[in-house]
Unconditional design. Structure first.
Length: 310
């Protein structure tokens, strides 16, 4: 949200109340959202329509409700109940930002026209998606959380803690400002290449600290596995037996092998967590992991790996 918009809105709040401040912000944000959607439409041919849009000055949030995605041929593709962005600022990386999508679902007619090998259960599901970034500018530490929920089927959560993230945040902010200044003018190939180089250089400085992955059954995970295995001419029991045989030969500890076996039998939950050594970049960690690939016990100790399955 532009600083000028916020300033106007705050002044308006003092004169006419918070509701009027939010109204001013909403009108400005609507103009920007419509502009961005028009750009996406030009690039893809798709059309985006929404029923409502509101902005809050206090929480620095924007919410779009009841969005319809329409194909270039004029057919309904998907419906989204709401999209909300909170904490985003154009001139700095906020301590906390989040992006939430509620009830994204493909249109039934669109699903019916997908390739035959498409998993109908996943294609027809309703999805909730949320992501957040917590960032400490002083320390350079950041925490990225992603949650994806295919309702009544399966959910996936990922939490990644990073150190020395300031360079990446600064580059991301600089790129965002450059794109805003460019407006409708597309970047040249040289500019895009330069931006990619800066991002890669900044990412090379990141230090991973912890990773947590969780897969949870929301009711129909077993049905999902069965349907996918059938396409490969395999039953669930055959998959479980094959996995057990492969784990006997794989370079993993007995504890990890047992956890994966338990998950294959129960199909209820699988969690993987690792706490990585401080002061090492991603490249250094990857190099060490490759060196320890044939030493499962040492590898588990190096990354403090824990796996649980049910």
């Amino acid at each position: 949200m532009k600083k000028l918009v916020i300033a106007i809105a705050i002044v308006a709040a003092g004169v006419g109340g918070i509701s009027y401040a939010n109204y001013v912000a909403t009108q400005e944000v609507r103009t920007e959202v419509d502009k961005q959607l028009a750009l996406v439409s030009d690039q893809t041919g798709a059309t985006f329509k929404y029923a409502g849009l509101s902005a809050s000055v206090i929480s620095k949030s924007v919410e779009i409700t009841n969005m319809e995605v329409i194909s270039p041929e004029g057919e309904n593709v998907a419906h989204i109940q709401s999209i909300e962005v909170t904490g985003y600022e154009t001139d700095k990386i906020s301590p906390h930002t989040s992006f939430t999508v509620k009830s994204f679902q493909f249109d039934k007619d669109f699903v019916a026209k997908l390739p035959a090998d498409t998993n109908e259960m996943l294609a027809s599901a309703s999805y909730d998606l949320s992501s957040s970034l917590d960032y400490n500018e002083q320390s350079g530490d950041s925490d990225v959380v992603l949650k994806l929920d295919a309702k009544d089927i399966v959910s996936f959560n990922m939490d990644v803690g990073l150190a020395n993230a300031k360079a990446l945040m600064d580059v991301s902010l600089a790129i965002s400002k450059a794109q805003q200044e460019a407006g409708d003018t597309p970047l040249t190939y040289e500019q895009e290449l330069q931006q990619q180089t800066l991002v890669m250089q900044a990412m090379s400085k990141l230090e991973p600290r912890n990773i947590n992955l969780v897969l949870n059954n929301q009711g129909k995970l077993k049905e999902l596995f069965v349907s996918e295995l059938e396409k490969q001419g395999m039953t669930l029991e055959q998959m479980q037996m094959t996995l057990q045989q492969q784990l006997q030969q794989a370079p993993v500890t007995e504890e990890i092998a047992q956890a994966l076996t338990d998950f294959a039998k129960g199909l209820n939950s699988l969690s993987v967590s690792a706490k990585l050594p401080e002061g090492k970049t991603m490249m250094e960690v990857n190099q060490q992991i490759m060196m320890l690939a044939g030493q499962p016990e040492e590898l588990v100790k190096f990354v403090n790996l824990e796996v649980k399955g049910e």
